[in-house]
Design a protein around this ligand. Structure first.
Ligand SMILES: Cc1cc2nc3c(=O)[nH]c(=O)nc-3n(C[C@H](O)[C@H](O)[C@H](O)COP(=O)(O)OP(=O)(O)OC[C@H]3O[C@@H](n4cnc5c(N)ncnc54)[C@H](O)[C@@H]3O)c2cc1C
Length: 298
């Protein structure tokens, strides 16, 4: 049994929203209200939230840009800790230190402005630094793990740790942060000097390739399923003739079979129904069991 906390009284000055619709904080544009959405502005404030949560046996959900999340229609009767205001960004020599709430797009553009190469691939990934590090986000041959110099995170007691890339235990779309309840507050990226025109050209090329292939005109959470060993989820779904499969407002994208898109006020139940149907048909026809890449909140 968790105890209720009135966060405005517990931490005066904290940016705290009650019954905040999660649809406004996820790229799927789906999700009912979070009982509390807390937006700490400093690491200290985040640490205090974690401490109170631990004392009251509340397990907070860490929210970055909500670009890999399907939030329940009924919402989440708990605490969502958003990193949106942990948005510091600075450069020293070849290193950039970014707060976990900085968007990967902003980080990549900042690196480009400073003629630093190594993050061009990240500009089209719609996540935050925190979510990106946790998922070891990557595209077009690059992954965040290739640039991370260190990560700072708070444990459940609010104590700060600086974690080396080796201890982050990065693998394909995974890291230690998928296993341990650590709130990433900042990360440092070590980059190389580059030619501004080449950096810009690479970023534009990646953006064009994304626009050509991905259904960016509809809300989604990117690739719905994990890449199954030895296969590509999108190719299997396409092969089974499931492009365009629609239930309620959710649809397997006609442009990219790997994406389920919100075409018309979809509910989480619509998305889940599409995912179940895709899994059922792909398993029946190809023998491959697809697993959700998207994470569930609520
Ligand atoms: C159109 C589209 C295209 C995409 N393309 C790509 C792509 O090319 N490559 C790719 O890798 N991904 C892609 N994604 C998926 C998504 O952008 C990534 O998984 C991204 O890393 C998620 O970051 P986020 O900040 O949105 O995290 P969220 O979705 O908010 O959270 C994801 C997970 O990380 C946790 N988390 C978030 N912040 C923190 C933190 N500070 N500390 C600890 N845990 C945290 C959450 O609790 C959750 O478990 C795409 C998504 C969309 C919608």
């Amino acid at each position: 049994m968790t105890e209720h906390v009135n966060w405005r009284e517990a931490l005066p000055g904290l940016e705290a929203y009650e019954q905040e619709p999660l649809s406004a904080h996820t790229t799927f544009r789906i999700g009912g209200p979070a009982r509390w959405l807390l937006c700490p502005k400093t690491e200290e404030e985040a640490g205090k939230i974690l401490n109170i949560c631990r004392e009251k046996s509340v397990v907070p959900f860490f929210l970055g840009n909500g670009s890999n999340i399907l939030a329940a229609d009924a919402g989440y009767d708990g605490v969502v800790l958003s990193t949106a205001r942990l948005d510091g960004l600075s450069r020293r020599g070849g290193e950039i230190v970014a707060g976990s709430g900085v968007s990967l797009a902003k980080l990549a553009h900042f690196a480009a402005e400073h003629a630093l190469t190594g993050l061009e691939f990240a500009q089209g990934i719609p996540g935050s630094v925190g979510g990106g590090v946790r998922m070891n986000a990557g595209a077009y041959g690059g992954e965040l793990k290739d640039a991370v110099a260190w990560v700072e995170a708070l444990d459940e007691t609010g104590e700060k740790r600086r974690i080396s890339p080796a201890d982050c235990d990065f693998s394909y779309r995974r890291s230690i942060f998928c296993k341990e309840p650590l709130l990433i507050t900042a990360a440092c990226f070590a980059l190389r000097p580059g030619e501004p025109a080449e950096i810009r050209a690479a970023m534009e090329d990646f953006a064009r390739r994304r626009r050509d292939k991905q259904p960016l005109n509809y809300p989604s959470a990117g690739s719905t399923f994990k890449r199954p060993e030895g296969h590509f989820a999108a190719a299997l779904i396409d092969q089974c003739g499931l492009k365009g499969l629609r239930i309620g407002g959710a649809q397997v994208s006609e442009k990219h079979a790997g994406f389920v898109v919100n075409v018309d006020n979809a509910t989480a139940a619509d998305v889940l129904a599409v995912m179940e149907e895709v899994k059922r048909q792909v398993a029946a026809r190809t023998g491959v069991a697809l697993e959700a890449e998207v994470e569930f909140l609520g």
